[in-house]
Every structure is written in C-alpha cells, then in structure tokens.
Write a protein that binds this ligand. Structure first.
Ligand SMILES: Cc1ncc(COP(=O)(O)O)c(C=O)c1O
Length: 392
C-alpha cells in the first residue's frame, strides 16, 4: 500500500477527529520509526508519552505473547495474578496503598473524581462535592474530565457540562483559597501542565496546596497521566515535589503501548471504593498488566535516573543551536517544552520537522518533546541535527 492509498482508505471510513500530519508510520525500533516507503524518522513523541520503552522491545513483546497464550482476558469477578502483581509493584514504588486499573487517562481521572466525592459523602454527607482544578489544565475527553479541564476552549458544543467544578489560577495559592468553600471536597492538578504548554508548577505552590488540602480535608488528587511512569525522572513527578497525594491517576506510559490507565490511593482512601462502586470490563486485563509489569522491570531506578540526564542533555543541545525560531526550553526529565518565537507558529515548525524526519508535538503555543525514555544519545543527536538543518 502507498501513503496515498492509505490516506484515501482512512478518509473513506474513519471520523476525522484528528488533525493528522501527512505522514504514515509503519514500524519502529528503539526511538526510530519508518513509514511505508521506508523513510526514517527520529521519534521525539513516543505516541504522546505512551511508548516509554521505545518500539520493538522484545522482552515486552514476549511478555504479551506468553500472557495471551495463557489467559488473554478474565472478568474482574475472578482473581488473576497479573492484576495483583502489578498493583503490588506499582504501590510499592509509589508509596501508595491500593490500585485500580482501567483503560485510559480520562478513566483514571473519572475514578479519582468519584473517589473524592464518595470520600466526602461518606464522611460529611451531601453538598460537599465541588472539585477545584487549575486554569490551563487538561484532564481528558469524557464529559466529566472535559468539565474538569480548566480551558474554555474545551467547554463548547457538548452541553450540558457537569456541575461541581471551579477553576483557580495555577501557582497562586490565594486564588485556590478564594475558590475554596464549604462545598469543596478535592483539588485536582497536573504537576506539569502538559497539553497546556509544558508548564511546571512551582514547588512552594504545590507544597502550600498540599498543606491547605490537609487542613481542610480536601483530597489532593494528582493527574500524572502524562508526567507519570518515569517521564520526569522519577516514577511519579510528585516524588520530586516532596508531597504524597491522596490519589494519583496514570495511563500513557504504563503498559508501553497497550491501553491501560488507572489510579493509586493512599491508606486513608483505601476503603472508600467498596464492591459495586466502581468497575471496568477490560480494566487491568491480564495482557495489559503483563506488559506493564515488563515496562516497570525495564524502567528500574537506574533507567529512570538516566531520564534526568538525557533531558538535561537534549535541552542543552537544542538551546545551543541558537535558532531564530525557537527560544528557551523548560520541563522536567524527558518532558520538554520549547518556546516558539514571535513570527513563527508551533504548527508551522512542527510540520517542517516532521516532513524532514523528526517527529515532535505541539502544546499551548510551543513545541513539546516526549521521546521514549530509552532513547539513545545517538538518536537524540540525530534529532537535534534535523532541527539544526530545518529550523531558521
Ligand atoms: C494530563 C492528562 N490527563 C488526562 C489525559 C487523557 O488521557 P487519555 O487520552 O488516555 O484519556 C491526558 C491526555 O493527553 C493528559 O495529558
């Protein structure tokens, strides 16, 4: 099949909800991808933070194959080893008490929103169900997580949106206090706003927020769908902020490319969601759980520590290019935002780079890089060379 044939087939019978690049991807190895015609691309996107261990990892592929032969799926009404083993491993490394597994980031966030409202209803009765989120955040595409998302552009078309959300300014504790009240049960935030433009929260704000939540018995909910699973140079970003959330959602990188998401809760919340209050047919499916166990094996402490070094190296190389079209970089680990200078647009620059063999993302008004965490120095250098050749 040629690219043109594939594009025609795609347009014939798929909903065109994605603003796609004019590029197809056929296969990959490490952080390198090839299209149908055999053209090579360096990948600074990892499927928007999903392919955490890169492409074509044999250990990962064998763990999926072996689990598929043994037991591809079983209802959560029965016990199965992969679910329990994954929960044990993840909670141990995150310092949390219990896990729930679903299929996506939005589903993880739905879960922690339900958790907060149930915690509050159990303890205080009705009328304390409002969740504060931050302006410029992104929490997902379901009606509830769209409502939680603190960007007006997402609050269109799909009326009615949910009740029970208010939005405070990021990095502004006074704004959070001003939006607070007797009706609040939780605060939900990303520690680095990803889709919003790779905007890290300040340490003092996050620590102040954790203190405020503890004083008011608001649950501190951290959305680590994009920042989690090693992306920022620790298993979860909150581990670098000196806080322990009440609940944390995750997805994207957890199963290395298979659909999985979920949330972890602390000791205080371990019994909030009892039998019958929550569920998901495919959640924690044995194949996805087996894949996730392999991902966590590969992402050991050494590899995760190397993410901080790789991120610092990549940012230094990009800034050293001294290009007219791009400015400073920001972020943590291998979650990197690049400022786009006046006179250029991020879409224009991303298009140029993608066409020239370097996959990048946009976020807010800038560029965003989320390479596989296993990317090599050679692959990073190749990508930076493309930037050097293509950008003004
Ligand atoms: C911070 C954050 N939360 C939630 C989501 C939604 O995740 P999903 O697309 O897996 O539902 C995303 C997706 O980009 C995200 O970045």
């Amino acid at each position: 099949m040629t690219f043109e044939e594939l594009k025609a087939l795609d347009h014939a019978h798929t909903l065109q909800t994605y603003g796609r690049y004019d590029v197809d991807i056929d296969h990959g190895k490490g952080a390198t991808l090839w299209d149908l015609a055999g053209k090579e691309y360096i990948d600074f996107t990892s499927g928007i933070g999903v392919c955490s261990i890169g492409y074509g990892n044999e250990k990962w592929a064998w763990s999926i194959y072996e689990q598929a032969l043994k037991l591809g799926h079983i209802s959560n009404l029965f016990y199965a080893q992969p679910y329990a083993k994954l929960a044990d491993k993840l909670c141990g490394r995150a310092g949390m008490a219990a896990a729930f597994f679903g299929n996506s980031g939005a589903e993880g966030n739905e879960g922690i929103i339900k958790l907060a409202r149930k915690y509050s209803t159990d303890k205080y009765g009705k009328g304390r169900s409002t969740i504060l989120t931050l302006k410029n955040s992104f929490h997902g595409r379901t009606i509830t997580t769209l409502t939680a998302t603190g960007q007006d552009v997402f609050h269109q078309y799909f009326y009615p949106f949910m009740e029970g959300f208010r939005y405070a300014d990021a990095n502004d504790l006074a704004s959070v206090e001003a939006e607070g009240g007797d009706d609040v049960c939780a605060v939900l935030l990303e520690l680095i706003q990803g889709e919003g433009g790779v905007l890290p929260m300040e340490q003092a704000f996050v620590q102040g927020l954790a203190k405020l939540c503890a004083e008011r018995d608001w649950l501190l909910l951290v959305d680590e769908v994009q920042t989690g699973i090693g992306r920022t140079g620790s298993l979860f970003a909150y581990q670098q902020y000196g806080i322990q959330p009440d609940a944390v959602s995750f997805a994207k990188g957890i199963a290395g490319g298979l659909p999985m998401g979920g949330f972890l809760v602390n000791e205080k919340c371990r019994n909030v969601m009892g039998a019958g209050t929550h569920g998901s047919t495919f959640g924690g499916n044995p194949i996805c759980s087996a894949a996730a166990l392999t991902v966590l094996d590969i992402l050991d402490d050494d590899l995760i520590a190397s993410v901080r070094e790789k991120g610092a190296y990549l940012r230094a190389q990009i800034e050293a290019l001294g290009k007219k079209s791009i400015g400073a970089t920001r972020g943590m680990g291998l979650m990197i935002g690049i400022e786009v200078k006046e006179g250029y647009t991020n879409k224009e620059l991303a298009n140029k780079l993608v066409k020239s063999g370097l996959l990048v993302l946009t976020a807010g008004p800038g560029l965003r890089l989320l390479p596989p965490l296993t990317i090599t120095k050679e692959e990073m250098d190749k990508g930076v060379k493309i930037m050097d050749e293509v950008l003004e």
